[in-house]
Design a protein around this ligand. Structure first.
Ligand SMILES: C[S@@+](CC[C@H](N)C(=O)[O-])C[C@H]1O[C@@H](n2cnc3c(N)ncnc32)[C@H](O)[C@@H]1O
Ligand code: SF4
Length: 480
């Protein structure tokens, strides 16, 4: 348990770190109000033009090694959390769920046909959402069996699934846990979000603190690798109650703790309720930039005091060998991954697409025998190079040899000025073989990596950044 005197030290340290953040903001690294856009894909998902699946996939070449990682999206939840921007249906709606699983099966078959494969052979799988475990147990079992029939698991190193705690509780929760074991799932991510009762209520979460703890214990007792997720910077959170939350997180018997900074404006498909007056708080009650940054630094210190260090970006572990293979494969190895389901996204070696966000359209396209892709982006050579920096650098590191193999270019030659500046300001480090973010660079990972976004894909307009040397629009010409 954290002591009062340690708390004071941590707050003081967080103040100091924020001083450095402000300096970097004055140099142009961070936009005027401190807002951010997470670099989950490159270019950002919001920038993909409409497309038809036929045109978009026309010249796509399936990986020679035959591997294809898998994402499956289940867009159903008990209720809608105010911070969440994912479209989906809430409440039981079991008929819709059955219909959806039937279409998912057909979508997978369309892909198998398009790829010319009998089964897909992934290195890792993620079932996300939404809340896949909010399917009723019998339908959940059917869903996992549909996947079993279409997947060759022989090379699959990790099989992940996302949860809210609620769906792991009660008799149904026990049934689902057993089914996940039986179908070979290995790693459970549980969205705890907070252990503070008031914050959970403001978030409109379908569980309280005790339910979250019970769900974590059950998952651990079943022998799964468990990752728990939290959001900082949410209304109701203060540096004090947030420190208590993270301190309690470190006492859970889990291998991984993941933290997300609250994103107020949608960066995907649908704006959540968070930016409106809601549940007793005003939009203005969202913690300001300084408090949010201090929460982040305080959590990093508490996690480190308990032996947890950042392993993959935003994910803290005691053991370096534990991390999401799915995220690593997508963002660091840049391996091909196919996504199924409403808003399911696929990330291939040279392109990225996303499925329809509308149930009707998703069903209609499958009825027409078409893949339900409605937006897609095929990267130019320049965007390929930028992607091969932005995502690996943000999530772990750019290995220069891999970069050369992937792009045909030397890392040191493509952005000489920008890279030199980022090194001078202590944001990236280079041991000759590997380039990675420094501690400060990692603290501002999105902003530092977005320096390499092309000017047409920057998160904010040029005038929202100070006109300093780190203004991301400067020195951004690629040399190839
Ligand atoms: C797509 S959500 C699915 C999680 C799961 N259904 C649950 O209820 O916990 C994955 C994670 O993204 C994070 N997240 C969702 N919306 C966010 C937002 N607006 N800002 C920051 N993080 C967010 C949450 O921590 C969440 O656990
Ligand atoms: S956070 Fe999870 S449970 Fe909440 S609305 Fe989003 S996907 Fe559903």
């Amino acid at each position: 348990m954290i002591t009062e005197s340690r708390k004071k030290e941590i707050i003081q340290h967080a103040e100091e770190v924020f001083g450095r953040v402000e300096e970097l903001q004055r140099l142009g690294l961070i936009c005027d109000d401190g807002d951010f856009v997470p670099s989950v894909h490159y270019p950002p998902i919001t920038e993909y033009p409409d497309c038809t699946p036929e045109e978009y996939l026309k010249d796509y070449v399936y990986p020679e090694d035959g591997f294809m990682d898998i994402y499956v999206h289940i867009p159903f939840c008990i209720q809608h959390c105010v911070f969440c921007h994912y479209p989906g249906k809430v409440g039981e709606c079991n008929e819709e769920k059955e219909k959806y699983i039937g279409y998912l099966k057909r979508e997978m078959d369309l892909y198998l046909e398009r790829f010319g494969q009998k089964k897909l052979k992934p290195r890792s799988i993620l079932l996300g959402g939404g809340t896949p475990t909010y399917l009723p147990p019998a339908l959940f079992d059917e869903f996992l069996t549909i996947l079993d029939d279409r997947i060759d698991y022989s090379a699959c190193k990790q099989y992940n699934i996302d949860h809210d705690p609620n769906s792991l509780l009660g008799e149904d929760g026990l049934k689902r846990l057993q089914m996940m074991k039986d179908h070979g799932i290995t790693r459970l991510t549980i969205g705890v979000q907070s252990f503070d009762e008031n914050v959970l209520r403001l978030m409109n979460r379908p569980h309280d603190r005790e339910m979250a703890i019970e769900a974590i214990k059950r998952a651990v007792d079943f022998g799964f690798d468990v990752n728990i997720e939290f959001i900082f910077g949410h209304p109701g959170e203060t540096i004090d109650n947030w420190m208590e939350v993270i301190d309690l997180a470190t006492q859970m018997p889990v291998g991984e703790i993941q933290m997300y900074r609250l994103k107020v404006q949608a960066y995907g498909d649908k704006q959540g309720a968070i930016n409106k007056r809601h549940r007793g708080y005003e939009a203005g009650d969202i913690p300001d930039f300084k408090s949010t940054m201090m929460m982040k630094q305080a959590a990093i210190d508490i996690l480190a005091d308990n032996g947890y260090n950042e392993n993959l970006r935003r994910v803290y572990t005691k053991d370096k060998r534990i991390f999401s293979h799915y995220a690593y494969n997508q963002c660091c190895n840049l391996y091909d991954q196919v996504g199924f389901g409403l808003t399911g996204f696929s990330s291939y070696h040279d392109r990225f697409d996303i499925n329809s966000m509308y149930f009707d359209e998703y069903y209609r396209m499958i009825d027409e025998g078409r893949l339900p892709i409605t937006r897609g982006y095929i990267r130019s050579e320049e965007e390929q190079i930028r992607q091969a920096i932005v995502l690996p650098l943000k999530n772990r590191s750019v290995i220069k040899n891999d970069f050369l193999k992937r792009t045909g270019h030397q890392f040191d030659e493509v952005f000489p000025e920008k890279t030199k500046l980022l090194k001078e300001y202590g944001l990236i480090e280079d041991n000759g073989r590997v380039v990675k973010l420094t501690e400060m660079g990692g603290f501002l990972a999105d902003e530092v990596c977005e320096e390499y976004n092309s000017n047409s894909h920057k998160p904010f307009p040029r005038e929202r950044y100070a006109d300093g040397p780190l203004n991301p629009y400067k020195d951004n010409q690629i040399v190839i």
